[in-house]
Write a protein that binds this ligand. Structure first.
Ligand code: HC0
Ligand code: SF4
Length: 570
């Protein structure tokens, strides 16, 4: 331990700690902007400057290690003046158009400028605009970038994709797509992690809310909305609802208040995915073809984009099962349209997802198996849902819980846990056990696959078959796993990959809490819902059983292959 003084407080701090963390441990908050623990500790913004007795110049608190006897002042006149100047200089390169910025009210720079009581700028504005494809699902506003480098770091260190880099020199230094590429050429997975790690509004998803408002007012359209597993664990965060208040049933009431005709659940699609993917796994294991084993899950479009661009030779290992929300779209426009007795073209499917990549997934030409143009019409992120609720002035605090619609709103706990890393694997194992042995294992028998560790291995026995599984989240971990597989350092039968650290709970479309990672807390909510669910096995979902009885026949039937599977190489 070392002893130091910060703002006249004597503090004991662990060796190796930064001044910023030591101060925080004593409830002294040092303002900062670019800093992200373990990810971006480069002191680029110079906002966390502090004064140290005996030093000739100010030092950065985020990356200076504590030493015995240090005396630090976090609010001396010199610190205050320098911090203010540094923030003013940052503001002079930022467009400051808060009124129509998606991050207004949730922007670290706006908060800092307000806290420092900055109301005029003594510097000439030097805002740089560069063109961007506004149809791409990920949008960069160069005029808002403050060059904090967080996007570069998260993409390099966590996702290992190097989409972003520093460009230009001197006063023209900026951040842009690396290697002078356009974003469409950069092999971006669209995981959206750069968005959730951006402290300002320089990165955001394409806003598709107007397309949905348009459909809602069209009397010829029957609007069907589905919500992803992980959305239910996060939608209340920006609306002032506690975790207990932000129920899925209250979200159903909110979606009806917006005007949707039918409120359904992607968890239904997740249960359906398990039936198809579990059956597919058993078939592949029976065949034992090295071209398709180990089998990788295919529900995360960020991961699919990564696999296609980084390891195209491995694409045959992906499960052909579509992601749950795309299965849902195809079922809504066939089975459900038939139930209503309407033409598929009248069904408008909206998916509320914690995900940016799903905006591109629903646009793939292969995701039009019903022939209406798109099986899922629009994907909105959790953040866009919140924007729609705000635009309609819906006070969610006054809403009462409402049941979801039937039959595509009926789901099991196995479907709910899809939203956490390891959840798809656990749900699949619950049903693979039943499909292989015609009896259930206890629902928690496979919980060893849970947990936020980036790469987790487990082995299970399904009768005579030993199943070696791995679960990874974060694309850097996925790359390491594939390289280890290729070098024959590891060997598995079934692998779940989610692009976002912690899975969809930590998805790139979720509400943003600057500097905080909430994937684990949200996952706990999902596991809790599963624990208390009346049904916990996908193969026991009565609506899924009826769907097979009345429509598909059985998993992997020709109709199921047509509507529920895809060719990733097409
Ligand atoms: Fe996910 Fe999904 S669990 S990818 O993470 O499989 O987005 O939540 O909706 O489709 O169900 C995201 C979350 C989903 C899908 C499901 C899967
Ligand atoms: Fe989207 Fe989930 Fe994949 Fe992230 S982990 S890219 S949120 S599907």
């Amino acid at each position: 331990m070392v002893t130091l003084t910060i703002d006249r407080k004597v503090i004991e701090a662990a060796e190796g700690m930064t001044i910023l963390d030591a101060a925080r441990s004593a409830d002294i908050e040092i303002p900062h902007l670019c800093y992200l623990k373990d990810l971006n500790e480069i002191g680029a913004c110079r906002v966390c400057m502090v004064e140290m007795d005996g030093a000739s110049k100010l030092i950065t608190a985020c990356n200076t290690i504590v030493q015995d006897g240090m005396v630090i002042h976090t609010n001396s006149p010199k610190v205050r003046e320098t911090r203010r100047t540094n923030v003013e200089l940052i503001l002079s390169q930022h467009d400051c158009e808060c009124a129509w910025c998606v991050r207004s009210g949730n922007c670290a720079l706006q908060t800092l400028a307000n806290d420092l009581n900055i109301n005029t700028l003594p510097y000439e504005k030097q805002v740089k605009y560069s063109p961007w494809n506004r149809f791409f699902p990920l949008i960069r506003e160069s005029n808002k970038c403050i060059k904090c480098m967080r996007c570069i770091q998260v993409c390099d260190k966590i996702q290992n994709l190097q989409v972003w880099d520093v460009a230009g020199t001197g006063s023209r230094t900026t951040v842009n797509v690396s290697l002078n590429r356009r974003i469409e050429e950069a092999d971006c997975s669209l995981c959206g992690q750069c968005i959730t790690h951006c402290p300002v509004g320089a990165l955001h998803e394409r806003d598709d809310t107007q397309k949905v408002f348009q459909a809602l007012k069209d009397p010829d359209q029957i609007t069907v909305v589905q919500m992803a597993p992980a959305v239910r664990a996060a939608w209340g965060e920006e609306l002032g609802l506690s975790r207990d208040e932000a129920t899925v049933e209250r979200m159903a009431a909110a979606l009806r208040a917006i005007g949707f005709d039918y409120v359904f659940d992607t968890d239904f699609g997740a249960d359906l995915t398990i039936m198809e993917e579990g059956s597919e796994l058993l078939e592949r294991l029976k065949k034992g073809d090295a071209k398709t084993l180990p089998m990788f899950t295919s529900c995360c479009p960020g991961w699919i984009r990564f696999m296609k661009s980084q390891f195209p030779e491995m694409v045959s290992h992906l499960s052909t099962s579509k992601s749950p929300h795309q299965m849902f779209g195809a079922v809504a426009k066939t089975y459900f349209a038939q139930m209503l007795g309407v033409d598929a073209s009248r069904i408008f499917v909206v998916s509320i997802m914690p995900c940016v990549a799903k905006k591109s997934e629903c646009d793939l030409p292969t995701m039009d198996d019903v022939g209406t143009g798109k099986d899922v019409n629009v994907v909105l992120t959790t953040r866009e849902l919140i924007r729609m609720l705000r635009a309609d002035h819906i006070n969610v605090h006054h809403l009462k819980d409402e049941a979801l619609d039937s039959p595509l709103g009926t789901a099991t706990g196995a479907g709910v846990i899809f939203g956490a890393t390891g959840g798809v694997m656990e749900a699949a194992l619950r049903s693979a056990h039943y499909l292989a042995l015609h009896e259930n294992a206890p629902a928690d028998a496979f919980k060893a696959v849970r947990g936020g560790k980036g790469w987790k291995e487990s082995t299970f026995q399904l009768g005579d078959t030993t199943l070696r599984t791995a679960v990874v989240s974060g694309l850097g971990n996925a790359r390491k796993l594939i390289e280890a597989l290729k070098n024959q350092e590891v060997s598995y039968d079934f692998i779940e990959v989610m692009a976002c650290p912690g899975g969809c709970a930590g998805g790139g479309g979720q509400p943003i809490h600057d500097g905080q990672e909430l994937a684990e807390v949200r996952s706990d909510t999902l596991y809790d819902l599963d624990q208390h669910a009346a049904l916990r096995y996908s193969h026991e979902n009565p609506s899924i059983l009826k769907l097979y009885e009345d429509f598909f026949g059985e998993p992997l039937s020709p109709l199921a292959e047509k509507l529920l599977h895809t060719d990733h190489e097409a």
